[in-house]
Design a protein around this ligand. Structure first.
Ligand SMILES: Cc1cc2nc3c(=O)[nH]c(=O)nc-3n(C[C@H](O)[C@H](O)[C@H](O)COP(=O)(O)OP(=O)(O)OC[C@H]3O[C@@H](n4cnc5c(N)ncnc54)[C@H](O)[C@@H]3O)c2cc1C
Ligand code: FES
Length: 511
């Protein structure tokens, strides 16, 4: 018998299990051979699918069953119990499925089944022939992948001014920067994927103009490309501080794989680093540089890190956590100048630095949308279906401001999972569906071994309640306005985070 994989624990599901072991709406982790398998029950139906999330290997048995799906506890990917399909990002690959046999009062898991391909048939009438996607990031990649998953047979051209194929951007400030992630974790897909799926990925290709009337885009080399549907997913670019020294070679911002590699190369020569900004990216960079043994100073104007998004108690916790790991904060202060050796602060302090990383926010890349004459409002205005004001042009990701039914406001966020899910919805809508984008916003952030998960969207709140205890890293914080929960942040309370997301979805469906 082959050795079990470490995650293949629990009962051998081929030997059969009394059906009443599993109550309706519950699941358990077991194994078939050396593979971890999740057995789930909905009413009198049983399902057996792979138990390990295809995103970062989250344990699906610790997630939540919602209708005929299971949600991953770590970053809320969603898998169909019927087909194993990763129906919602951040997971993109399916999990395997096994057939079930019910005999007497026992349920047996039998052989692995081959998932049926999507039954979608693209309508012949009005079907697009060429879909052009501008942006090889979260939204653009997810859209291209979903178009092929939907069996779209036409041309897909994925244009990116980046020099690398789409990568796992969130990892650029986390494990990869810390030196804990191998190179092959980073690409969302290997080069062969684009060839196999006939996705015309053109790197180092800048789109310089969009002619919405002629339905064509202009490229940096002067050529033009016609489209039937266009997805703008141009993302955001890091802000730079308007202070002397920002253009010095040891001063970096972090958005691309190339940025990250350059920081890693410099980190090898660095004893002391200054991080400008105590935002999510700034503090994740601080944590990763500490993991590399570098002395890290964080300079930021606010009183508490992340207070604006997470509130004062979480802000104090995050600060304490970083201080425990040796980060030195200079809060309520700001950099006024940088030279080759040091960073000068408003307070008069001077900090020596071999490396400076600015994580002071981003600006959505709206130039193309502006040239195309699209309606803008601190982002590209899109409707429920992610359509812009111009026929045939959709927008997704960091640039899109959409009517969010949960916060009941038009919002724009900078979250990986939202960008991917918008790309997926936009793909289906470009094929003629009328699917509203109504996913509850979700993001996660990781500081050392502490993950913070956040569902919903609260720009302000009038009440904040905490269940559990923030300092012991076991808490749920609810952000409310007029008694209604707008958002929930949690640490090591994954199931509560998933339930909060499901409750927010249910509230919208019920309305
Ligand atoms: C270091 C880092 C860590 C992050 N960590 C997290 C996290 O933990 N959790 C989370 O929720 N979010 C995180 N984010 C945010 C998340 O990565 C973004 O919200 C997400 O990438 C947005 O996706 P997008 O497709 O809109 O844009 P992007 O992923 O930025 O992709 C935009 C693409 O468009 C291309 N492009 C732009 N203009 C043009 C043009 N004119 N011509 C051709 N190509 C063009 C760019 O080269 C790029 O390929 C992180 C971001 C960074 C930078
Ligand atoms: S590990 Fe499952 S969503 Fe990330």
């Amino acid at each position: 018998m082959s050795a079990l994989k470490p995650d293949a624990t629990g009962p051998d599901l081929t030997l059969g299990l009394a059906t009443d072991t599993l109550a309706d709406g519950t699941m358990l982790a077991g194994h078939v051979g050396d593979e971890a398998v999740l057995l789930a029950r909905r009413g009198n139906e049983f399902f057996a699918i792979g138990a390990t999330c295809t995103h970062y290997n989250g344990p699906l048995a610790e997630g939540l069953l919602v209708d005929d799906t299971v949600r991953c506890p770590w970053h809320h990917a969603c898998f169909s119990l019927r087909t194993g399909e990763a129906v919602r990002a951040p997971a993109l690959n399916p999990v395997a499925c096994w057939s079930i046999e019910l005999r007497g009062d026992k349920v047996f898991v039998r052989e692995k089944t081959v998932p049926a391909p999507s039954s979608r048939v693209t309508p012949v009438h009005g079907a697009p022939q060429t879909i052009v996607i501008v942006g090889g990031g979260a939204a653009g990649f997810a859209a291209a992948e979903m178009l092929r998953r939907q069996r779209f047979q036409g041309d897909i051209v994925l244009l990116s001014d980046d020099d690398t194929a789409p990568v796992d951007r969130p990892n650029l400030s986390k494990d990869y920067l810390a030196g804990n992630a191998p190179e092959d974790w980073m690409p969302l897909r290997s080069d062969s994927f684009y060839v196999k799926h006939n996705i015309d990925l053109r790197l180092k290709t800048t789109v310089t103009n969009v002619d919405a009337r002629a339905r064509e885009v202009a490229l940096g080399d002067g050529s033009k490309l016609a489209y039937d549907r266009l997805l703008l997913a141009t993302g955001a670019e890091p802000l730079r501080l308007p202070i002397p020294g920002m253009d010095l070679p040891h001063v970096y911002t972090l958005r691309t794989f190339a940025d990250c590699r350059a920081i890693i190369a410099r980190a090898a020569l660095t004893q002391r680093a200054v991080v400008l900004g105590a935002s999510f990216i700034g503090l994740e960079v601080a944590a990763s540089l500490r993991t590399r043994g570098i002395e890290v100073h964080v300079v930021a104007p606010e009183q508490r890190p992340m207070e604006r998004v997470l509130g004062p108690q979480m802000g104090d916790f995050v600060r304490g956590l970083h201080e425990e790991h040796g980060v030195i904060f200079h809060l309520e202060d700001a950099a006024t100048a940088i030279d080759a050796r040091q960073v000068m602060l408003k307070s008069g302090r001077v900090i020596g630095a071999d490396l400076v990383v600015a994580g002071v926010g981003v600006r959505p890349r709206l130039a193309l949308a502006e040239k195309a004459g699209l309606a803008l409002d601190r982002g590209v205005v899109v409707n429920d279906y992610l359509e812009t004001s111009a026929p045939g042009i959709f927008a997704a990701g960091d640039i899109a401001r959409w009517p969010d039914p949960h916060s009941r406001a038009a919002i724009r966020v900078e979250h990986w999972v939202v960008a991917q899910r918008q790309g997926q919805t936009a793909a289906r809508n470009m094929l003629g569906d009328r699917e509203k984008f109504d996913a509850v916003p979700f993001f996660w952030s990781q500081h050392y071994d502490v993950p913070i998960n956040y569902v919903g969207h609260a720009e302000s709140w009038d009440e904040l309640t905490t269940e559990g205890a923030i300092p012991t890293r076991d808490c749920v914080v609810r952000y409310k306005r007029n008694g209604r929960v707008l958002a929930v942040a949690s640490i090591y309370r994954d199931i509560d985070s998933l339930k909060a997301e499901a409750a927010m979805e249910y509230e919208v469906v019920r309305k």
